[in-house]
Ligand binder design. Structure first.
Ligand code: ZN
Length: 1075
């Protein structure tokens, strides 16, 4: 490079930024630790009376983090950071759910213990606590590594002493309010877990049961028959027959007395006779019609082997008996069925029937199943050997009419996936029916996202009357009940719980298990300590986590809650039946206990639910299918770029946790969110795009001082229209994105951001301002450009801040000091609405915008063809003529308000633009082609209609017409190419000495006038010389051969620099003289 060129280069202001293409891992660690600083800063600096509280639904302290955790925690963080940007103080204290069976099982597994071996509960609790504590540490580390901003130091755990004491206080209030009672009644029981389960812990799955038709003898004469008569019942759980206590019929049905050759006289509902015949494999003879009512006077007897209480049983009416299946006579075992239990209430209270459930915790028959001869059934697991033994017994007694396999949805334990049973045991219940009215009323003040959440939660609350809150586990908060040694009567009073809570406060909760059984300290004064023992049941873990609202309340002050405690509860939609419900129930129960007459409030003002994470095919992720994707895989990109084969070159490390965060924000979380290669690749592409954009912006702003910010009022000059447009586009996207983020619609916000970056920033504005930024001197034009770039930079930080906070931290680190001083930290700034001036309409802009895009597309296409022929390199090396049909130079009908030619040149990044009315002959040719094509299309439509009307058999004709259409498409494409070439040739002929030209055309849609105007562009070689400094072809040949050619603008800039330098040199000389 000669000296002159070197000098010219030194006069350019080329962008400089060290912003790296990828975040180095050590830098990431620094940015992540700043999340804690940010939380601490805003806890101090933001106003306490404008606090936004997101109350954390505690994840279970078990296992590795998965993408479901990522979706949950990151979306919460985006919400919190959005609120922070609105100027609020954020209160987000993460918590963990630590008690319960899965952790207890892990403790067993780890220590090689077996259930039923009588392992000391103190040992179990110690091991479980250790396991949970480790899991919490590990998960917390993971959450923090995702850039989640929270008060980690004050995180809470349901196994914290403070938490347990609060929980006992809430429980005590419910006891005081008469909501807690102990009852012997059927509950969901999981033999595989050996504990009672709540509705929320149950799933349903396909299961094949043995259905059986069984006959029970009715001893009295029925229907005048002299021969024995049987009631024939249908059951899918033959193992419950030893607990049979009654038969239910529907008194409104007609019943029949029928005779079977094989099975004798039987009673069946009239409508179920055909079914019975199918089972009998014979046509039973109808003897008599019996009104349902008549059967209610009869009794029947089950097998005597099932015990004395199987004999002389009542037949009752129940509405649940339908004509849809079975025989119209239903076997009732109140110890094994909730419907049966309720239908038989009257008989239970009179002692006529017993709540018999001769099955132990493990699901095996007890001696009571066949009392006279226990060995018949005792010890047999009811779901296989027990069921079979009962059927064998029935068969041997000639009481079995038929059996067959019956596939149906059956409840299973959500943890072990094994079938559960309904079994009567003594359990503690919360009577939530008393709270229903208040809970449902409180939901009217709650806003739900999505809106369907309301009816969902309403229906769960509405359908629940009782909540079984006791569990037979060691790892949990004890039900603070004492039992009388002799009578087994329970003491669960306010005073006793108060006393026990105080002992827990003093000794810790483990002492409940570790203190000697006769330790008198636990028994409140007034009871004789030696008569009582402490209970071993623990509370349902949903009760634990459900009381987490108490962390936000003052439990000592009575009834101080006058509104929701948290602004937002945000969890997966499965929590409608879990945590959301247990939270609102316990919160409202507490308020009602404190003051029964005042209005109660839900703990959340806004209830937001997200869906599940699914694989690319929409399948739920599971280890067994092998489609599980881990958060780390998303961070790395599912198919990370392989290192170069040579082993040389830069190995690309991943883009960091922002990639995971961007994935979480990209999906519409109100329904299920999918993970596929495509989704993750796009996320990485977007993140790369953000990085590149920031790098360019930082480069262009490297010498900017915000003191030079130019107001919008000074951008109205027609030379600045392009900047005014950029500001309008920025303002519009910012307002849209602000609004969407406010509504938590992050995926829509991102779509707008991405479209804005692609359409308005990278391919339009950044290209347009390059020349000004690099080559202008101290010109207002350059200040205006940098002003707009500065606004884009700051607003992009705002828009992406909550979603990719680490990237924004990084941009801050690389921000020039002058801008840092002026703008402050992007995460600490309040994101105010943009100035209304930005959004002020530019006359005719909307229509012009689309015309501009169309013309830009044409120019780019023509340039591409020139490049393909190796006639064009950089875009500046050409000139463009825009030819508009009927264009009137004076009317300026393509030019909104202030557009001038220099704007066009900047936008199209070409050296010269001319707008003209073009060549009439060319327009005629274009119109002729358009008409011919339109006629052809109309003809084709007519032909298609004829084909459709004649209703030709589908297939061949349509296929033919499709291939015809394709052929025609090719034909028209060829016609277009021929015409373009002809126009270009004509242009070359018209301009003497011009080597080449390329043509493209389009039709400009007009919003105001009818019809479409034709426009064509011609791209030609430049007519002037290349400026050696800015490379625009706008220079005249220099006089001397060794003097580089310069355009007018560059001459001015260089001249100024030279004279400045001369002045400096002169000054230096003067100073040298003086000294
Ligand atoms: Zn120049």
């Amino acid at each position: 490079m000669n000296e002159a060129l070197k000098f010219l280069k030194s006069t350019l202001r080329l962008p400089s930024s060290k912003f790296p293409p990828r975040p180095p891992p050590e830098a990431l660690a620094k940015y992540i630790s700043r999340c804690d600083d940010l939380y601490a800063w805003q806890s101090r600096e933001r106003p306490a009376d404008d606090t936004f509280t997101l109350h954390d639904g505690p994840p279970y302290a078990n296992g590795d983090l998965h993408v479901g955790h990522a979706l949950n925690k990151i979306t919460k963080d985006i919400i919190c950071r959005t609120k922070l940007a609105q100027g609020k103080r954020v209160n987000y204290v993460p918590g963990w759910d630590c008690h319960g069976l899965p952790i207890e099982l892990k403790a067993f597994e780890k220590n090689g213990w077996e259930r039923g071996q009588g392992v000391d509960p103190v040992k179990i609790r110690g091991a479980a606590r250790g396991f949970a504590a480790k899991a919490v540490e590990k998960q917390m580390k993971g959450f923090r590594s995702w850039g989640v901003m929270a008060d980690w130091a004050h995180h809470w755990k349901t196994m914290d002493k403070e938490f347990e004491l609060r929980q006992l206080t809430v429980f005590k209030a419910m006891v005081e309010n008469g909501l807690i009672s102990r009852r012997h009644k059927p509950v969901f029981w999981s033999p595989s877990s050996q504990t009672a389960l709540a509705e929320a812990e149950i799933e349903r799955d396909w299961h094949v049961s043995t259905a059986a038709l069984v006959k029970f003898r009715i001893p009295a004469l029925v229907g005048g028959s002299a021969e024995p008569v049987h009631a024939v019942i249908w059951t899918t759980t033959p193992w419950t027959l030893p607990a049979n206590q009654a038969i239910a019929i529907n008194q409104n049905f007609k019943y029949l007395l029928v005779r079977s050759k094989k099975h004798g006289n039987m009673i069946v509902a009239h409508s179920r006779l055909q079914y019975l015949n199918e089972q009998l494999e014979e046509e039973a003879e109808i003897l008599k019609v019996i009104p349902g009512n008549d059967l209610l006077d009869c009794t029947y007897s089950g097998l005597s082997q099932f015990g004395e209480d199987a004999l002389n049983r009542p037949i009752i009416h129940a509405d649940f008996v339908t004509e849809e299946d079975g025989t119209g006579l239903v076997h009732c075992a109140p110890g094994h069925g909730e419907d049966d239990y309720y239908a038989l209430q009257e008989f239970i209270s009179s002692g006529r029937v017993a709540i018999k459930a001769p099955v132990n915790d493990k699901g095996e028959y007890t001696d009571a199943a066949s009392p006279a001869e226990p060995s018949l059934l005792a010890g047999k697991y009811v779901f296989d050997a027990g069921n079979k033994a009962v059927l064998d017994l029935l068969r041997s007694e000639n009481a079995l009419v038929s059996t067959y396999n019956f596939k149906h949805k059956y409840p299973i334990d959500w943890r072990t996936k094994k079938p559960i049973m309904i079994r009567a045991t003594a359990q503690w219940f919360a009577d939530v029916s008393k709270l229903k009215g208040d809970v449902l009323a409180s939901l009217d003040d709650v806003s739900f996202i999505p809106g369907t959440g309301k009816s969902r939660l309403q229906s769960f609350v509405d359908h629940r009357n009782e909540w079984c809150i006791s569990r037979q586990r060691a790892w949990g908060v004890p039900i603070p009940a004492l039992y009388h040694k002799e009578t087994n009567d329970a003491v669960l009073s306010s005073e006793s719980i108060e006393h026990i809570t105080n002992v827990v406060r003093e000794r810790g909760i483990d002492a409940w298990w570790s203190d000697p059984p006769n330790d008198p300290a636990w028994v409140m004064p007034g009871l004789s300590a030696e008569d009582y023992v402490r209970g071993t049941d623990t509370m349902d873990v949903w009760f634990d986590s459900g009381t987490s609202w108490s962390l936000m309340a003052n439990l000592d002050a009575r009834n101080t809650q006058t509104k929701a405690l948290a602004n937002v509860y945000f969890e997966g939609s499965d929590q409608h039946r879990g945590w959301f419900q247990s939270s609102i129930l316990t919160n409202i129960a507490f308020q009602k206990a404190m003051n029964p007459t005042t209005k109660a409030y839900a703990p959340f003002a806004e209830l937001v639910t997200h869906g599940f994470t699914l694989d690319g095919q929409g399948k739920k992720m599971s280890k067994s299918i092998g489609n599980v994707v881990s958060p780390e895989q998303i961070i790395a990109g599912l198919t990370p770029q392989p290192p170069k084969a040579s082993g040389k070159g830069r190995v690309l490390h991943p883009l960091g946790p922002d990639a995971l965060r961007l994935w979480a924000a990209t999906g519409d979380w109100t329904s299920d969110v999918t993970i596929s290669d495509k989704v993750v690749t796009n996320v990485h592409k977007s993140l790369d795009k953000y990085r590149v954009t920031f790098k360019v912006l930082l480069g262009m702003l490297s010498d900017f001082n915000p003191q030079k910010l130019v107001g919008v009022d000074r951008m109205l000059d027609n030379g600045f229209l392009i900047h005014r447009i950029a500001l309008l586009q920025l303002g519009e996207v910012v307002e849209r994105v602000r609004h969407l983020m406010h509504n938590y619609e992050f995926h829509k916000a991102l779509a707008h951001i991405n479209e804005y970056l692609a359409k308005s920033v990278s391919s339009f504005y950044l290209e347009s301002v390059k020349d000004s930024i690099y080559c202008d001197g101290d010109a207002l034009r350059r200040d205006v450009a940098q002003t707009v770039l500065y606004h884009i930079f700051c607003q992009l930080q705002h828009m992406l801040g909550p979603i990719t906070p680490l990237l924004i931290e990084e941009t801050y680190d690389f921000t020039p000091e002058a801008i840092k001083d002026f703008a402050g930290h992007p995460h600490q700034r309040v994101w105010d609405p943009v100035s209304e001036e930005w959004l002020r309409d530019i006359a005719g802009w909307t229509e012009f915008d689309s015309h501009m895009m169309q013309i830009n597309t044409c120019v780019k296409a023509a340039q591409e063809r020139a490049r393909a022929d190796k006639l064009l390199g950089q875009s500046l090396a050409c000139e463009v003529e825009i030819c508009l049909e009927g264009y009137d130079v004076n009317a300026k009908d393509l030019t909104p308000e202030h557009m001038n030619i220099s704007n066009w040149e900047d936008m199209l990044v070409v050296s010269k633009v001319k707008i003209s009315s073009g060549n009439e002959e060319v327009f005629d040719q274009l119109k002729a082609l358009r008409s011919a094509r339109e006629a052809e299309e109309a003809n084709q439509r007519a032909v298609n209609e004829v084909i459709q009307r004649s209703n030709a058999t589908e297939g061949n004709e349509l296929e033919l017409s499709e291939s015809d259409a394709k052929r025609r498409e090719v034909f028209w494409d060829e016609e277009r190419e021929v015409l373009k070439a002809a126009i270009a040739r004509q242009d070359v002929n018209e301009h003497e000495g011009q080597a080449w030209a390329f043509c493209e055309w389009t039709e400009l849609e007009s919003a105001t006038t009818e019809g479409r105007a034709l426009a064509y562009v011609l791209v030609r070689p430049p007519s002037e010389d290349k400026c050696a400094r800015c490379w625009r072809y706008a220079a005249s040949k220099p006089a001397g051969a060794d003097t580089p050619a310069l355009c007018g603008r560059c001459q001015g800039v260089v001249g100024e620099i030279r004279s400045d330098q001369a002045k400096i040199e002169e000054n230096e000389k003067k100073q040298a003289h003086a000294s």
